[in-house]
Design a protein around this ligand. Sequence first.
Ligand code: PLP
Length: 427
Amino acid sequence: MTGPLSQKLFAAAKEKIPGGVNSPVRAFRNVGGEPFFVRRAKGSRIEDVDGKTYIDYIGSWGPNILGHAPTVVTNTIHEVAKDGISFGIPNPFEVEMARVICDWVPSVEKVRMCSSGTEATMSAIRLARGFTKRDYIVKFNGCYHGHSDSLLVAAGSGALTHGEPDSAGVPRAFAEKTIVLPYNDVAALEKVFDEQGEQIAAIIVESYPANAGLVFPKPGYLDLLSSITKKHGALLIFDEVMTGFRLGKAGVQGIENLTPDLSCFGKVIGGGLPVGAFGGRADVMDMLAPLGPVYQAGTLSGNPLAMAAGLAQLKELGKVSGFPRLEQLGAHFEAGLRSLLDAKGMPYRFNRTGSMFCLFFTDREIVNVDDVMKQDLELFKKFFWGCLDKGIYIAPSPYETGFLSLAHTEADLDDTLTVFDEVLTAI
Ligand code: PLP
């Protein structure tokens, strides 16, 4: 149950905003209730408009890797804003951002900035089609790449939460150009490439799928995506919007030692402001306008505030050895959670990599979205509301991944595990 001010705001919101929210998962529909409204957030904590505080495990769905409102980022925004907020003319921060991305992610020889992860994946798909002169793309069931038409087919995240994997309004003719395959299924992939390989422009894959729970590739699966695209003259697009700059300097491709043709980014590189980026092989990127025939643009692309905020966040991450510290926090959380759940004898699966984690109330092995859908949803709902009541904010859907930030402390994590214990005992 949310507080009276949140309830009042939600009632007002519903009158003027469809469903009362500007992004569906925020409506809490999957847990059967209403959202709280935020007054402010700092570090690992959020305070709602009724004055209640929560330890936050969402971090704005990924961008806030240093925690909420880190001083390095807020100071930068204040300073840079004094000189202007948007120019629509090149600015030096864009050049520095491009250099940092290319330095940190070796597969990226050139990069183009945009304003969201959706724009990044949508543009990468158009570029792949333009470069290969082919129309079909392959995506995986449960992978979410934002809400552009070609990609909103069998998608995860909010689309899964609302039980509508496909959206109304996506023309059948578009959806038909998107081949959807089960994730981690080698035979299905090989069959499609055997039959249609010469028509496929690209495979797009969430580098570690994290919008239908958190699912890991079977050993060799990502290598297969790379070799099969190469063999058939298609491109491999890694969607690292969530994992990029969160799981290490070079994201999953760094961990798995892979070189995708194109990669998509967002979230962390914007420092909490609206940013996306896509980049990769120079010969492919040079197909973009104004050099080449593939059009892509944006009024706010490379916005100085967003670039400076993102750069401040990335520099801080590098400076404070952010990634090893996030792994340390993740490992601490995982050890505590496993000993708690093992002691309770509950069926569960817990997937984690660095600061990303997902708890599943099931004993099924989690191989793809079908396994994710079979967990105990009623138990999850009770768990969610029990935690919220006691000041722990986890995602209001069992299909979302949780995030730790550098602002979380071992004490925060231990307090959270105590709450988990109390809630699970109560239910
Ligand atoms: N790709 C992935 C893997 C995502 O997780 C998301 C958003 O959660 C997107 C793309 C879309 O990004 P945005 O919401 O910034 O448009």
